[in-house]
Ligand binder design. Structure first.
Ligand SMILES: [Zn+2]
Length: 405
């Protein structure tokens, strides 16, 4: 048993945080008590007085093979993919390189306070296996999937529906549900690089095996025009995914910027979740997601870094851009980052907040280096999300284990 002392904040409610002084975590990494007074139980006191303790950050959209491809300025999404990203992803055919970057990727995430990440791997089965191995070793929670493309990309990165099914079965049967911490996501890159047949096959195998699905939706106007040219029978970009069966409660779509109300309704009815990636959207000049319209439609919104189009691994920096994209209180921003992420994964009964019975994923924040401490939680959190970054993270815990710092 361990008792953590500090300024503990949790964001179950988007309009006001809960605050405590002590958090007791049992040897299985579960939170057993939260209180203002020191609890009368035996256990080692871990004193973080002067620090802030927040729920672990959940990044619901990030690309592992793009870790070293950040900040590549380009004219458009499609040009950026061809010029920088596809060549970078080809390098993951080399297992040694894949291991080196995977190791760096998960340790960097933990250093930044990210305790759960939803990850696109490359198009390679072996590199995806390696990503799972490195995620396992790091102790992080992750949902990972091998990227699927069968058109409009370089030959080396293309698959076929048959090969895709084989790859998914092989990797998912090893890793989906591992230690309750690692999960598989079927990962068609986006409609521009997938035939109907590939997307249908992907949706089917995901349903059969109970896997997550992740993809991109309506990021840029040029991309949407391309999708409508490729699938002229579809009524909209969202309709392409609906027809292929890819939309469901375990599906996360990134961006979802240029949507009609009808598309929002389709997504909400399917229970599909949104990964809002504001830093990426500003970087590629994709547009600004309308948070209010999404919430009016009943959609669950979470936050993604979208590294490498997004330049920042630090979710504090991504929250700053979320605020620039849509006016919101700091409580709301941290609520989307933590509870929103947990809901996107259907894991809100296990992670996403510091509550009795949940698993103890948390981040120790030193408010001083950039942001500065303040008694008023709204001022403290505003400074953290507008000025904060990796330098404010002094330790990261997953399931009660200290993994960074
Ligand atoms: Zn992305």
């Amino acid at each position: 048993m361990r008792i953590y002392k500090g300024r503990i904040l949790s964001f179950e409610n988007p309009s006001s945080p809960r605050e405590y002084r002590y958090m007791t975590v049992d040897d299985n990494g579960r939170i057993v008590a939260l209180s203002d007074e020191r609890p009368h139980v035996g256990g080692k006191l871990v004193d973080y007085s002067g620090s802030v303790i927040l729920p672990g950050f959940i990044d619901t959209h990030i690309h592992l093979p793009q870790l070293r491809e950040r900040a590549m300025i380009s004219d458009s999404l499609l040009e950026w993919l061809e010029r920088y990203i596809f060549p970078a992803e080809k390098r993951f055919a080399d297992p040694e390189f894949a291991r080196e970057v995977s190791h760096e990727f998960f340790s960097s995430l933990l250093r930044n306070g990210t305790t759960t990440a939803v990850v696109f791997s490359s198009s390679h089965r072996e590199a995806t296996e390696i990503a799972f191995e490195e995620a396992m070793k790091s102790g992080i929670r992750a949902v990972i999937g091998q990227v699927l493309m069968d058109m409009n990309g370089p030959e080396e990165l293309l698959t076929t529906p048959e090969k895709a099914v084989k790859d998914i079965k092989a990797v998912a049967s090893n890793w989906h549900g591992f230690d309750g911490r690692l999960f598989y996501a079927v990962t068609p890159r986006f409609a521009v690089s997938c035939t109907m047949e590939l997307m249908r096959t992907a949706a089917e195998i995901a349903r059969e095996m109970g896997l997550y699905v992740q993809t991109h939706l309506s990021e840029q106007i040029g991309e949407i025009e391309e999708v409508m040219r490729l699938f002229p029978e579809a009524q909209s970009y969202t309709d392409v995914y609906l027809k292929t069966g890819l939309l469901g409660e375990r599906t996360i779509v990134a961006h979802a910027i240029h949507l009609s109300d009808r598309e929002r309704k389709i997504l909400a009815e399917a229970g599909t979740k949104i990964a809002h990636c504001p830093s990426s959207n500003f970087f590629l000049h994709s547009g600004v997601m309308d948070l209010k319209a999404h919430e009016r439609a009943g959609l669950t919104v979470s936050i993604g870094s979208d590294v490498g189009a997004g330049p920042f691994l630090s979710m504090l920096e991504v929250l700053r851009d979320a605020y620039y994209a849509n006016m919101m209180s700091p409580f709301k921003a941290f609520h989307l980052l933590t509870m929103g992420g947990a809901r996107a994964l259907g894991m809100e009964d296990r992670i996403g907040s510091l509550e009795v019975g949940k698993e103890a994923d948390f981040v120790i924040i030193d408010p001083e280096p950039l942001a500065g401490a303040d008694d008023d939680p709204s001022v403290l959190l505003s400074r953290l999300m507008i000025l904060g970054d990796e330098r404010n993270i002094s330790a990261t815990y997953v399931r009660g284990r200290r993994l960074a710092g």
